[in-house]
Design a protein around this ligand. Structure first.
Ligand SMILES: Nc1ncnc2c1ncn2[C@@H]1O[C@H](COP(=O)(O)OP(=O)(O)O)[C@@H](O)[C@H]1O
Ligand SMILES: [Mg+2]
Length: 380
């Protein structure tokens, strides 16, 4: 029966033309639980390495029929990058330099101490495993991000005509709509808008976090950006009968920002205030100058009249895919459409890319309800 532990054993190849050394090392590493193979010279070793995999090779330098340096040169292009340790009675400088250039990781002088060599070999294998695991994780993360980015773009393409035709249908461009059809079409339009929001958010989040596209910073009118953001929310604002109250203090006028992204932040905060606040309520947007860390910022706050977000919820709310109450969506298409918790994550990424900060204000002691989301961006 096959030993199931074999696969987990560390594998070592010992290369030496001297029988006593081969035997001593073989006994040492077998005793330490390694799977051990031996070769009598470089050529012999190459033949074994071609057929089997190793975590490490411990090799003598001076040998007939391909010496240690010849062996590492042959292994240089091997994709497995098996670490090689040289043991030698004659550590000549020439050899050492060439060996290191060709990828030898350690030099051990004969006669050697058994514990010393065992310790070295263990440490080298551990390090190689750790770095290759980290490399693999990094590669996986890169691939995952690339995939998400591509997927988002792929999803947006077919959605565009769906949303476009729905709007045309609602404008009666293709004829009259029956009273039964109207709420259904409106629901479809709202749902496709939501889906588009999520996809656009994902694409923008990727671009901001990867700093793929640099911010295109210019001076813009803050009032203009807020108005544009509210215009994009118009249908929902009307449907919920919410009114907005805009207040500007300290002569705040223009801000230095990436307009498209800043509009997205304000839209998300306004959209949350509309969706999570009560119908018929007033949402207040204020802008003022703000001093922090001996620098001047523009501060924008969005205050709603909804239920307090609990303290324990406030901390995680800016995290990716965070939804309060476990985010359980109900399947009923007529229920309020919920998002997936990307808006605040994207807002945070955008504000921070501008050198700013975003937070939820602590409620006042006498305050009964309402949440205030504020962000600051530097005045340059
Ligand atoms: N103004 C608000 N009032 C109450 N809850 C809010 C408010 N803004 C955000 N939240 C909560 O934070 C969660 C995350 O918000 P967000 O990142 O915008 O994602 P989404 O709106 O897509 O769920 C929301 O699901 C909601 O539970
Ligand atoms: Mg939201």
């Amino acid at each position: 029966m096959q030993d199931t532990c074999v696969a987990l054993k560390k594998r070592i190849l010992i290369v030496d033309d001297e029988y006593s050394i081969r035997e001593a090392l073989e006994m040492l590493f077998t005793g330490k639980g390694y799977s051990v193979r031996v070769a009598v010279n470089g050529e012999d070793a190459l033949g074994i390495v071609e057929k089997e995999d190793f975590d490490i090779i411990v090799s003598d330098i001076r040998m007939d029929r391909l010496d240690g340096v010849g062996l590492i040169k042959k292994l240089k292009d091997d994709a497995r990058e098996i670490p090689v340790v040289f043991i030698t009675a004659f550590p000549e400088l020439d050899n050492a330099v060439e060996a290191i250039r060709n990828g030898v990781v350690e030099y051990i002088k004969k006669p050697f101490d058994m514990d010393f060599i065992a310790g070295k070999v263990d440490a080298i294998i551990e390090e190689k495993r750790a770095t290759s695991e980290a490399g693999l994780k990094r590669r996986f993360k890169d691939e995952k991000e690339k995939f998400l980015n591509r997927l988002s773009h792929e999803l947006r393409t077919p959605l565009t005509p769906v949303a476009g035709y729905l709007k045309l249908l609602l404008k009666k461009e293709f004829g009259e709509i029956s009273p039964q059809q109207l709420p259904i079409l409106m629901d479809m339009a709202r749902n496709s808008d939501r889906l588009k929001t999520v996809i656009d958010d994902l694409i923008m989040l990727y671009a901001v976090e990867q700093a793929e596209v640099p911010l295109s910073l210019r001076k813009y009118s803050l009032a203009g950006i807020i108005n544009d953001a509210l215009l994009a929310e118009e249908t929902e604002i009307k449907r919920r009968r919410i009114s907005f109250d805009l207040r500007f203090y300290d002569d705040v006028d223009e801000i230095f920002c990436d307009e498209k992204k800043m509009r997205r932040v304000i839209w998300h905060l306004a959209d949350n205030a509309v969706r999570y606040g009560p119908d018929h309520s007033v949402v207040e947007i204020t802008a003022r100058k703000f001093s922090y860390d001996s620098r001047m910022f523009t501060k924008v706050s969005v205050a709603d009249r909804g239920d307090f977000i609990e303290k324990k919820e406030r901390r995680g709310i800016f995290n990716c895919f965070y939804r309060m109450n476990g985010g359980s969506d109900d399947d009923n298409v007529n229920s309020a459409i919920k998002g997936i918790g990307l808006g605040l994550t994207l807002s945070k990424a955008i504000v921070e890319a501008h050198g700013g900060k975003i937070w939820i204000d602590e409620p006042d002691a006498e305050q009964k309800s309402g949440n205030i989301f504020s962000f600051i961006i530097p005045i340059l």
